[in-house]
Design a protein around this ligand. Structure first.
Ligand SMILES: O=C(O)CCC(=O)C(=O)O
Length: 266
């Protein structure tokens, strides 16, 4: 599964940080691609674990419409995937991009089966989350196979990371986000193919979609969602917080929301 394009190609410097230009791009556009986060051996190991996890847990997918298989909080049940979710390289970059200390909100495995032929339509993530008192959360979307456009890579609406105040959008309706804010329809759309081991980071309000998988190979993405360390519970329903008996205003911390990753360094 590794490709010749992968070798020796990483945006991560010897100090574990990405160049300032990538941080500036993330802050300006609300997303950024970071290449070569995982080396080919790691990709192989994590993809093998993801494949086994999917076989064992496919029936528990939260999403039933064929957009993808969505398995949440895999870190709590699989030691290998836990190692990926808590990989310090990813956490360090996430914190560098965010500029403040982070905790895990949740992770998820998102698998588009071969020829699923269904797009994940344009949406923002943050309107779905029961968060309050937080600065911009962000997700790392890690490709565990090569993900060209025809296998379901992501497309972003640059600069939308500050478009707050919209209700959650329907991932099955290609027009929903644009009906809520017609100005977004006319923004450039940036499609970001990834080689296995690359990832994108996008903020919780950045509009994005993922293309259908029209290939013979499953699209495996491992997503780590980092939130502001100070995030509190808003009181609204969510599959991750519903079983926890939280009251509005409680901090999302403790064993379920580990962190902060790395103490903030100015
Ligand atoms: O991978 C997908 O199909 C969609 C991913 C997504 O929307 C996200 O990670 O926020």
């Amino acid at each position: 599964m590794t490709t010749t394009e992968q070798s020796g190609r990483s945006d991560i410097g010897a100090n574990g940080r990405v160049p300032d230009e990538l941080v500036a791009a993330y802050r300006e556009h609300g997303f950024v691609r970071v290449r070569g986060v995982l080396d080919p051996d790691e990709v192989e190991r994590f993809r093998t674990s993801a494949e086994a996890y999917l076989i064992a847990h496919r029936a528990e997918s939260l999403e039933k419409q064929g957009t993808f298989s969505q398995l949440v909080n895999v870190w709590q049940r699989d030691d290998n995937l836990r190692a990926l979710t808590f990989d310090p390289r990813l956490g360090r970059i996430a914190e560098q991009l965010a500029g403040f200390p982070l905790r895990l909100w949740h992770d998820q495995m998102l698998v588009k089966e071969p020829h699923n032929n269904v797009a994940t339509e344009f949406h923002q993530d943050r309107p779905f989350w029961p968060h309050a008192g937080d600065r911009l959360a962000l997700s790392a979307w890690i490709a565990l196979v090569d993900v060209p456009p025809e296998r379901g890579c992501m497309t972003f609406l640059p600069g939308t990371q500050h478009r707050t105040g919209l209700r959650p959008q329907n991932l099955g309706d290609e027009d929903d986000l644009f009906a809520l804010d017609p100005s977004l329809r006319w923004l450039p759309r940036v499609t970001v193919p990834l080689l296995a081991g690359d990832c994108t980071f996008h903020s919780g309000y950045t509009g994005h979609m993922a293309l259908p998988n029209r290939t013979d190979l499953a699209r495996y993405a491992h997503v780590i969602i980092y939130m502001d360390e100070a995030t509190t519970y808003s009181g609204t329903a969510h599959v991750v917080t519903d079983p926890l008996g939280l009251a509005a205003g409680d901090r999302l911390d403790g064993d379920t929301f580990p962190g902060p990753w790395i103490p903030h360094r100015g």
